[in-house]
Design a protein around this ligand. Structure first.
Ligand code: DGL
Length: 269
């Protein structure tokens, strides 16, 4: 039996990584978990996000994955090391790949990062970027209103434009030439973000770079899939299955097999 790659997020955001993995590594089987019942993770305390991430990983290990991808910046920022210490397979996050891509793209050395409150509060991008380039200037901004829009499938309405435009206002006067979409939900809003920021700003999504990292790790360990037939992926979500399925099928451009999971839902905070 083919061992899958397990990918998780607080909701539909990690599907931006899934799409890239499907494109770059079409033979790999994917098991995806979107914790839509408990999204958003952004406003939650680090300990709670770590606990949720552990619970999802514990659920996913029953499928004997060969790798775990934390396709959520908020969870990567606070729980990557914890999960690495708990499982014996490679665990990939999305922050270092995104930082690497941005560092390779910027000409001015001024890079913006947008993400959830949790990701921005952690300073994880700033740390990763400074490790790569000590003189880089990083301008960070939390955009807490973006994730709920994406989870509602509201990608291109007037409300979305107004929300994106108002949220990004503090960045528009700054001289950044590269902006990291430091939340895996944000590529769903990429057209609007690009319209607001203008064409001179490079937008970096960690999805492509993360998929490349997955590919390198599997290649180095001689674990790339060799099957002739294309795999059937499996999707799980803890909340509104209809909304998840609609968004996933639209984003991935194919029908998906979705299993709703009953999950306990604590309140935010
Ligand atoms: N997509 C996730 C991230 O990259 C989480 C967003 C949220 O649940 O607040 O941070």
């Amino acid at each position: 039996m083919q061992q899958p790659i397990a990918i998780l997020d607080s909701g539909v955001g990690g599907l931006t990584v899934v799409r890239e993995v499907m494109r770059q590594l079409p033979r790999e089987k994917i098991i995806y978990f979107g914790d839509t019942a408990r999204t958003p993770y952004g406003p939650r305390p680090a300990e709670e996000v770590t606990r949720f991430t552990r619970e999802i990983v514990d659920y996913l290990v029953q499928f004997r994955p060969k790798m775990i991808v934390i396709a959520c910046n908020t969870a990567t920022a606070v729980a990557l090391d914890d999960i690495r210490s708990r499982v014996a397979i490679p665990v990939v996050g999305v922050i270092h790949p995104g930082a690497r891509a941005a560092n390779g793209r910027t000409q001015t050395g001024i890079v913006g990062v947008i993400g959830t409150e949790g990701t921005i509060r952690s300073g994880a991008y700033e740390q990763a970027l400074k490790q790569l380039s000590p003189n880089i200037e990083v301008i960070s901004l939390a955009c807490p209103r973006f994730v709920p829009l994406v989870e509602q499938g509201n990608f291109r309405s007037q409300e979305t434009y107004e929300t994106v435009s108002a949220s990004l206002e503090p960045l528009r006067s700054r001289k950044l030439d590269t902006l990291i979409l430091g939340c895996t939900h944000y590529p769903f809003l990429v057209d609007t973000i690009s319209e607001v920021m203008g064409s001179s700003v490079n937008l970096i999504s960690s999805a492509d770079e993360t998929a490349r990292e997955i590919s390198t790790i599997l290649y180095d360990r001689n674990r790339l899939a060799r099957n002739d037939e294309l795999p059937v992926h499996q999707f799980f979500c803890s909340g509104d299955a209809r909304m998840f399925k609609t968004i996933a099928q639209q984003w991935l451009g194919e029908q998906i097999e979705l299993t709703p999971v009953v999950w306990q839902v604590p309140q935010i905070g």
